[in-house]
Write a protein that binds this ligand. Sequence first.
Ligand code: GDP
Ligand code: MG
Length: 137
Amino acid sequence: ASNFNQKIDYVFKVVLIGDSAVGKSQLLARFARNEFSLESKATIGVEFQTKTLVIDHKTIKAQIWDTAGQERYRAVTSAYYRGNKSDLGTLRAVPSEDAKEFAQRENLFFMEASALEATNVESAFVTVLTEIYRIVG
Ligand code: GDP
Ligand code: MG
């Protein structure tokens, strides 16, 4: 909920990238509005949503940008976008252990989340925002 008098200590920008239909928009909808839709429309261009949260007693406004799976990001994302939609266990493409190993090797954070089940969505965003705070805060 927004609060007119709220003092914002930091504004952090997060960009969601990855191929079309991997679930970027629904992850954001779950995090920002606690909503989920199976009939999600393709994102046109870029748009953002904000959510204000408190980390380490600081008020942080997260400005989260949703993108429409641009080709130019493909090289960056193709290796790890398959870790999403963790509720679809039977269709799993990458074993958790492989993903964890890859993330460790590449010095990346790894988390399996499901927008549908609302598992790990909050903690994925909070983890990213906490790391940004650790660096700049
Ligand atoms: P985007 O193109 O990356 O933004 O993908 P969307 O968020 O629009 O999602 C694409 C499709 O996958 C839609 O039909 C969503 O309902 C579905 N979807 C998104 N997240 C999940 C999830 O966590 N679990 C399942 N089972 N389906 C999901
Ligand atoms: Mg989208």
